[in-house]
Design a protein around this ligand. Structure first.
Ligand SMILES: [Zn+2]
Length: 300
């Protein structure tokens, strides 16, 4: 696989360092890895550490180690978004200069009358001369933008952005929003296809919108099913999903690969590396399940 010439495909896995790698994030990592490797492209890892209060110390290192144990080796050194604030600030200043970004001091309760959505003018004036104790948040106005895109698995998507209103790109307490950081870095890393969980499907239109405002190259998107418990609850760090066993990840790898449509006959190898090799040889994107959720019994 490695001796063939590398294609221009660039995929990525972008976990948040809010806990150890669990089955739900392993599914997304494997999905993006399989698509990248099948296209003979590059697969990158980006640590989404833009929200320090939510971070769990040591989890970025733990996630990277577990990926390695699973045989999922990125082709380039991982990016850490916590070091990328100057690039996000530059993007914010461009949005501001072009009249798309504006300072906002509206609170949730201020917006309650609009169903919680920010539409156009601020409810709380930010240039009234009043001394404010805090910096403002920065929002991007969406007007009547409708984002249409073809998802590789979920089909044609049509999202009117006005439904959720003008969205925050930099929070009042300092951190840049996920939507801005993700849009800027997917372009900066030259990502050609974003393969991730369908729980992020509703973020994609805002990221595409930002890329268009900033004149950045848009990747293609493919949203995989999200792993849920038998009770239908999404596997996540906050729901207490178990960490992948770094000393014996093969059972979790087999279960995740099976959910991604790999036939059982290709999942008999004992070690992660040989398991992935056979799974990749058997992988067919057309066999990926179209559902938005999939039960993952035994891994919650
Ligand atoms: Zn406002």
């Amino acid at each position: 696989m490695r001796d063939r010439q590398r294609s221009s495909y660039r995929g990525r896995f972008a976990p948040s360092p809010t806990g150890d790698l669990h089955f739900g994030s392993l599914l997304a990592a494997l999905g993006s890895w399989l698509c990248a490797r099948r296209a003979n492209g590059a697969w990158l890892v980006r640590i989404d550490d833009i929200d320090p209060p939510r971070e769990v110390p040591g989890s970025a290192g733990s996630i990277l180690r577990t990926l390695r144990v699973c045989g999922l080796e990125p082709d380039e050194p991982p990016w850490h978004q916590g070091t990328r604030a100057p690039a996000y600030e530059d993007a914010l200043q461009r949005l501001r200069a072009d009249g798309y970004a504006f300072p906002c001091r509206c609170s949730r309760s201020d917006l309650a009358a609009n169903g919680g959505a920010h539409r156009g003018a601020c409810v709380v004036p930010h240039d009234s001369g009043t001394a404010f104790a805090r910096d403002p948040a920065w929002r991007v106005r969406v007007d009547d933008a409708v984002i249409v895109f073809e998802d590789g698995l979920q089909g044609l998507q049509r999202w009117p952005l006005a439904a959720d209103g003008d969205f925050v790109v930099k929070r009042a307490d300092g951190p840049f929003a996920y939507q801005l950081a993700c849009a800027v870095d997917d372009a900066a890393q030259g990502i050609t296809e974003v393969v991730r969980g369908a729980d992020l499907l509703d973020s994609t239109p805002r990221q595409i919108f930002l890329m268009r405002l900033l004149g950045l190259r848009e990747p293609a998107y493919l949203h995989l099913p999200v792993a849920v418990t038998a009770a239908g609850e999404k596997l996540s760090k906050s729901s207490g999903a178990r960490a992948i066993d770094a000393h014996g990840p093969a059972p979790a790898l087999r279960a995740a690969l099976a959910l991604l449509g790999i036939p059982a006959a290709a999942l008999r190898q004992p070690s992660p590396r040989t398991l992935l090799r056979d799974a990749l040889a058997a992988f067919e994107p057309a066999a990926l399940p179209h559902a938005r959720i999939l039960a993952a019994p035994g891994f919650s």
